[in-house]
Design a protein. Structure first.
Length: 331
């Protein structure tokens, strides 16, 4: 982003295809339409376009939406987002693009960030953007998607995947998680959290979509792991053993681990690491604590351990992360 007279908002172009879900179409506008810099200027410009000249685009509801921009809008996009739609037979049945969709995607400049929501991932895969790369989609569609595009590394357990310049999300509401993540990546936790508060959604959801997969209803008399998670969040700076968490729920370690994974989609150890990474990000952004102190307060123990975990989770070192977001825009 630039500042002063050179300020230009990041241009997000949402590609509206026939059969689109209105809810998913609105997600990018809601999330990216919120963030502003200290001068009150929008950090993003959100534009909706069609593969055809301006006009109506059919939805999966009993109404159409009027789209004011044609495919030429893709030529000036910094980020392109493809929400789900259900009337592109060749894409969803044969894994190939229609002529007009192929021509529209050809307008996207090299280096443009690409993202999909739910089954919008079919479009990215059919265009070849996901060959040899990780991706996700709605859990109910993951097996079919993998069979159609075997060259894609499908992970059906996560809410979204950030593979740098290409990002994909699971179904429907996971599009909110993905868009908030992009705001967080662009402008830091404080800006993303502010957008989440104004949208009345959590800034970060625990676990993955595995927790939403249809399974037999558990015995209502069984305890949950909520108490243990709350207990752990209050002492992330301390060593936390799996047996300590299990004791908070009066469960055996084996039972606790099974219930935890059923509820969150990940293991207790993975969850603790996620929480500690988020804690470290917050401290790096909002305090002047040394990297060593941040590592201790976040529960990593040493700066080296924190560096390894942040590098794995975010692709940057603690120092680089702080340099980017301590001087970034705040709202």
């Amino acid at each position: 982003m630039t500042s002063g007279q050179d300020h230009r908002p990041h241009r997000v172009v949402v590609l509206a295809l026939d059969g689109l879900l209105p809810f998913e179409l609105g997600i990018p506008h809601r999330i990216f339409g919120r963030p502003k810099d200290a001068a009150g200027r929008h950090l993003y410009e959100v534009v909706t376009c069609s593969v055809r000249p301006p006009g109506p685009v059919e939805t999966d509801a009993d109404f159409a939406v009027h789209v004011a921009h044609g495919p030429e809008a893709l030529e000036r996009a910094d980020t392109v987002i493809v929400p789900a739609s259900y009337e592109l037979g060749p894409v969803y049945e044969e894994g190939r693009l229609t002529g007009e969709l192929s021509a529209a995607l050809a307008r996207i400049r090299p280096g443009t960030r690409l993202a999909s929501i739910c089954t919008g991932v079919y479009v990215l895969a059919a265009a070849g953007y996901l060959d040899g790369r990780p991706a996700t989609t709605h859990w109910a569609d993951a097996d079919r998607f993998q069979r159609m595009f075997p060259e894609v590394e499908v992970d059906a357990d996560v809410l979204f995947i950030d593979d740098g310049d290409v990002l994909t999300s699971a179904g429907v509401a996971a599009g909110i998680d993905l868009c908030l993540h992009m705001v967080r990546r662009d402008h830091g936790t404080a800006v993303a959290n502010d957008v989440a508060r104004r949208t009345v959604v959590p800034p970060h959801r625990d676990g993955g979509q595995a927790q939403f997969i249809d399974r037999p209803v558990p015995d209502p008399q069984l305890a949950t792991t909520t108490t243990a998670r709350t207990w752990a969040l209050g002492r992330l700076h301390e060593p936390i053993q799996l047996r300590d968490m299990a004791e908070q729920e009066a469960m055996s370690v084996r039972t606790f681990t099974r219930r935890f994974r059923e509820e969150t989609g990940i293991s207790p150890g993975q969850w603790l690491t996620q929480q500690r990474v988020e804690r470290a990000r917050h401290l790096l952004e909002s305090t002047d604590l040394s990297v060593d102190q941040v590592a201790r307060d976040a529960g990593f123990g040493t700066a080296q351990s924190m560096r390894q975990h942040l590098q794995q989770a975010l692709g940057v070192t603690p120092t680089a992360y702080r340099r980017t977001f301590r001087t970034g825009v705040r709202t």
